[in-house]
Design a protein around this ligand. Structure first.
Ligand code: SF4
Ligand code: SF4
Length: 331
């Protein structure tokens, strides 16, 4: 796989600083039951990196000490980490809102048969990738049979109350374009998804988040191989809006890798660009137990235009600056 970090680090991006920290995003490992071509993590069944029980304990201590209100758990397929359920239970018991970035097909993996019920019992918000409402497009991007497995997963979650009015069980979907283009307007696409998934499969959900593909990892490498990397970056740069700078997710979250190393966001984690602070070239979560990162400069590079192009992208989909839909939560 071609590394895009050296190309991106040469591209200037406006300087931005951190605001108040409210969300801890933890990547508990890169192992996944899928190996999607647009995966910005480069996850697959063959990856072995996994957060240990000791680092999970540190995450829980950090949540309590820094009074973090939201724990956002990602991977890989985060549910494959053997400490996943302990982490969820303890975080919920401490009062944190917990989000699980779930790929839906994991719900059918042997050993995970009771996962959906567990997530509902703990009232975990589910953020699920669903890059299209058409089977061919999903299977081309995520693997054969993934569309059908995802629909079965959504129906099962709906059966537990997820995505249904009044249940309080939140189910949000994530869309990303098939190729090197910007996502279409989020509100219109959400309406299409709701109509088509509802009519054809009886599926309901709360919100659709549209995210631009980041020119990193597998997608970035593919762009380089096809000679499309520079063109894609130019398109992102030309679509950049300064107004989106206030809403980028790195203002209010930190991302932690399986070893406990801290990054300004998940994308920087995948580019191996750790948070820099007080002259240190990298920061461990243990270093931040008693430190406030508000005001710290954010480590930006060319990929950041993926967050500020057009309607903007954050872990919670399009940004308010250009979309006007109030959707700056996380995917
Ligand atoms: S399901 Fe998600 S984490 Fe797994 S390979 Fe696909 S995009 Fe990556
Ligand atoms: S990629 Fe986006 S979230 Fe990450 S540092 Fe850049 S602007 Fe912030």
């Amino acid at each position: 796989m071609r590394d895009t970090a050296p190309l991106l680090e040469r591209v200037p991006f406006p300087a931005i600083r951190r605001g108040q920290l409210d969300t801890l995003q933890v990547n508990v490992g890169y192992r996944c039951n899928q190996s999607c071509i647009h995966c910005h993590v480069g996850a697959s069944p063959h990856r072995t990196e996994e957060m240990s029980g000791e680092v999970i304990d540190l995450v829980l201590a950090f949540l309590a000490r820094r009074q973090i209100t939201t724990l956002d758990i990602t991977g890989g397929a985060p549910e494959l980490n053997p400490h996943f359920r302990r982490l969820v239970r303890a975080a919920r018991a401490s009062g944190a809102h917990v989000m699980d970035r779930c790929n839906l097909t994991i719900l059918e993996v042997p050993g995970q048969e009771d996962l959906a019920e567990f997530l509902a019992t703990e009232r975990v918000e589910i953020i699920a990738s669903m890059p299209c409402y058409l089977e061919d497009n999903v299977d081309r991007q995520r693997g054969k049979g993934v569309f059908d497995g995802s629909i079965r997963g959504l129906q099962r979650l709906n059966g537990l109350g997820y995505g249904r009015d009044g249940s309080g069980l939140i189910l949000n979907l994530v869309y990303n374009p098939q190729g090197p283009s910007l996502p279409p307007p989020q509100a219109a696409l959400e309406a299409d998804y709701k109509r088509i998934l509802g009519e054809h499969y009886g599926v309901v959900f709360n919100r659709l988040y549209t995210l631009a593909n980041m020119p990193i990892q597998r997608f970035g490498s593919t762009l380089i191989s096809k000679g499309e990397f520079d063109g894609y970056l130019d398109m992102l740069r030309h679509a950049h809006l300064d107004a989106n700078l206030d809403g980028v997710m790195c203002r209010h979250l930190v991302s932690v890798d399986w070893r406990g190393i801290v990054y300004d966001c998940d994308f920087n984690q995948m580019l191996d660009l750790p948070m820099q602070r007080s002259g240190a070239v990298q920061v461990h979560l243990a270093d931040l137990l008693d430190a406030d990162v508000a005001g710290n400069p954010i480590r930006v590079a060319g990929h950041c235009f993926g967050c500020t192009a057009g309607q903007g992208s954050s872990c919670g989909g399009a940004l308010t600056a250009s979309q006007g839909n109030g959707s700056t939560a996380e995917a």
